[in-house]
Write a protein that binds this ligand. Structure first.
Ligand code: HEC
Ligand code: HEC
Ligand code: HEC
Ligand code: HEC
Ligand code: HEC
Length: 194
């Protein structure tokens, strides 16, 4: 009798463990749609706070693609070298930067923001019309480590395109409307999925 009960308990414990494992693995098959708050550790401790906040270097100095093309792009080492041939040479991370440059090895930055392949997001269109970087990327000038500030979900895009979360000054420039909930930018599926 005692043995039978022990077996039953054992089976229950096993079933429970399997159940938990299934839940955990389902979580990784269907990851959270949003990586909001994602802050990977980068191979070189690059700080936006030091560069943009303290030294007032504009975003476009490094992210030249933002107003010209679909991708804002992360700068090549040669851009860093405009300053770091002479600046900060006592810092270990700057020395590593120089070593990579001499060996012609690019820095393997880990991507922070990444939409699924089936979404089309053009930086240029947004930047040209005056959507500030900070609206989508947060207070970058005060970030030592960059993070994904916005959810980047479909709902987040659409809410701005429909005029719900669109910044006021932008809204008046796009299409002044009585009804706040009329779309101000395209919301048809093929605008973002093609
Ligand atoms: C001196 C060059 C430099 C300047 C100026 C600069 N950045 Fe960056 N930015 C980088 C580098 C290098 C990376 C990649 C390393 C990292 O993620 O920290 C990066 C990464 C980013 C990312 C994340 C990219 C990804 O992988 O998703 C965003 C967003 C970003 N920068 C926005 C901005 C904004 C907004 C400004 C202006 C307020 C700005 N940056 C100014 C060099 C710069
Ligand atoms: C309307 C929202 C929005 C605005 C405005 C915006 N970004 Fe982005 N940014 C995104 C999204 C969404 C991604 C991810 C794109 C992808 O995965 O294709 C991204 C990605 C990036 C990246 C990673 C590399 C790349 O091109 O994918 C950098 C760097 C970046 N943004 C910098 C900037 C800078 C600098 C500005 C301002 C000049 C800016 N962004 C304005 C939404 C925005
Ligand atoms: C326009 C000039 C300029 C450019 C371009 C520039 N930096 Fe800097 N960087 C600075 C200054 C100024 C400092 C502060 C140096 C100090 O405190 O001694 C700095 C500091 C640093 C540090 C040291 C941080 C610390 O305190 O340990 C690193 C790492 C760094 N930069 C990486 C980069 C990378 C990577 C790029 C290219 C994407 C880049 N920088 C482009 C001017 C620049
Ligand atoms: C803060 C507001 C805002 C957010 C957030 C935003 N957009 Fe936009 N988007 C705009 C504005 C404003 C325009 C109109 C630009 C113009 O009129 O040239 C636009 C235009 C576009 C266009 C061009 C449409 C066309 O065919 O004319 C695409 C594509 C687009 N956005 C995709 C996205 C995607 C994908 C996201 C989310 C990842 C996103 N947007 C998030 C404000 C936003
Ligand atoms: C303004 C841009 C935009 C428009 C318009 C848009 N989508 Fe999306 N859609 C997105 C983004 C961003 C994602 C999320 C991508 C990611 O998670 O990386 C997405 C994700 C999806 C997904 C994947 C499932 C999910 O919820 O993540 C489906 C399916 C989808 N969209 C269908 C549609 C349909 C149907 C329409 C038209 C009614 C539409 N989309 C209009 C931007 C848009």
């Amino acid at each position: 009798m005692v043995g039978k009960f022990l077996n039953l308990k054992l089976i229950l414990v096993l079933l429970f463990t399997v159940f938990i494992l299934v839940i955990i693995s389902l979580g990784s098959v269907f990851p959270n749609a949003s990586n909001q708050g994602y802050t990977p550790t980068q191979p070189i401790a690059f700080s936006h706070k030091i560069h943009v906040g303290t030294n007032k270097i504009g975003c476009m100095y490094c992210h030249t693609g933002a107003e010209r093309s679909r991708h804002a792009t992360v700068p090549a080492l040669s851009i860093c070298m405009n300053c770091h041939r002479v600046v900060g040479l006592d810092k270990p991370d700057v020395q590593r930067l120089l070593k990579n440059f001499q060996e012609k090895k690019p820095i393997e930055w880990i991507r922070v923001h990444e939409l699924a392949d089936y979404v089309y997001f053009p930086h240029k269109r947004h930047v040209k019309v005056g959507v500030a970087c900070e609206i989508c990327h947060g207070d970058v000038k005060n970030m030592d480590v960059i993070e994904q500030y916005a959810p980047l979900t479909m709902g987040w895009c659409i809410d701005c395109h429909r005029g719900i979360t669109t910044p006021k000054q932008l809204l008046s420039r796009l299409k002044p409307k009585e009804d706040h909930y009329k779309e101000v930018c395209p919301t048809h599926c093929t605008a973002c999925h093609n």
